[in-house]
Design a protein around this ligand. Structure first.
Ligand SMILES: C[S@@+](CC[C@H](N)C(=O)[O-])C[C@H]1O[C@@H](n2cnc3c(N)ncnc32)[C@H](O)[C@@H]1O
Length: 285
């Protein structure tokens, strides 16, 4: 059934605009999701297409009031939300330039403009560090400033996400030889084994747990949380996001509460705290 082309174009523009004011996803991706969903045979899409193909289709303002539109809006909204929640976002078809590696993970992409702010306050801590563990690393090992750790022996990244691990492997030539990876859920980590293998049974000097404490607290897995609390490192660098992944809203208060709860549970003391453009950071020992 042919639909009214102008009205369909306006409808797609309208929905794309509405979603882009709500969610952090790039507009071309939202448009692509909307277009794809409208072509599918889901009941809301079929009903909406039927309305669009009537000889005298309603004007956009009227269309917005129909239940077909509202249900379709809900459906697209769900899809956009789900896509916005993923750390590794597929390229939108409208992209004209390839994604740089760091843009491939939302956390590192958000941090990229704030790198100096992030690393500067850690300078004195990083300089003598020999053994570093990075838990829920994402692709942060590709963003880490190795020039700040002249004494580095081992940088161990632990991550359960297969895509992040693939990206680290594909870019191994950009990483120093000290970097090792463990593809695993933190809940399955045996710290004694890790120390034997990677540090010669001494504690790590630093553990990075960046933008990951809240993620793990939300998983409500007691083993995972206790493994994280038991991280064998003298100093922990913990951070949380300032903005939500999906809607870009400020979540500073919530993330601070979660980080402070974790710090309290760990029995450690706060040595330093600061903020960058995208994250709040606590250094604890
Ligand atoms: C918000 S991202 C942060 C990535 C990176 N630390 C950064 O700040 O750039 C959270 C990461 O933690 C990982 N993660 C979540 N739960 C995990 C678990 N139980 N074990 C290992 N990794 C986990 C996710 O796959 C994701 O890459």
């Amino acid at each position: 059934m042919p639909t009214n082309n102008t009205l369909t174009t306006h409808l797609i523009q309208d929905l794309t605009h509405l979603m882009s004011t709500k969610y952090t996803l790039h507009t071309p991706t939202i448009r692509q999701i909307t277009e794809t969903e409208l072509q599918k045979n889901s009941p809301p899409a079929v009903r909406l297409r039927r309305l669009l193909s009537t000889p005298q289709p309603p004007a956009l303002e009227k269309l917005r009031k129909t239940s077909a539109y509202k249900q379709f809006y809900k459906l697209v909204s769900k899809k956009v939300y789900t896509r916005a929640r993923t750390y590794h976002r597929p390229r939108s078809t409208g992209a004209t330039t390839p994604l740089s590696t760091l843009e491939a993970h939302t956390s590192t992409a958000e941090r990229q403009p704030n790198l100096t702010q992030f690393f500067q306050p850690l300078r004195d801590l990083l300089k003598p560090a020999q053994y570093i563990v990075d838990i829920g690393s994402g692709i942060f090992p590709l963003q880490f400033d190795y020039s700040s750790t002249p004494n580095l022996q081992t940088y161990l990244a632990i991550e359960r996400n297969t895509r992040s691990m693939e990206i680290l492997k594909q870019n191994a030539d950009r990483l120093p030889r000290q970097v090792s990876t463990i593809h695993s859920d933190i809940g399955d980590i045996d710290w004694d084994e890790v120390l034997t293998k990677y540090t010669g049974n001494r504690n790590f000097d630093i553990a990075f747990i960046l933008k990951t404490v809240a993620v793990i607290m939300r998983q409500r897995q007691s083993t995972t949380l206790s493994r994280l609390l038991a991280t064998p490192a003298n100093t922990l660098v913990l951070s949380g996001n300032k903005r939500s992944l999906t809607k870009g809203r400020s979540i500073i208060a919530r993330e601070k509460r979660t980080l402070l709860e974790f710090i309290q549970k760990s029995g450690r003391n706060i040595l330093q705290q600061y903020e960058t453009g995208d994250e709040i950071v606590y250094v604890v020992s």
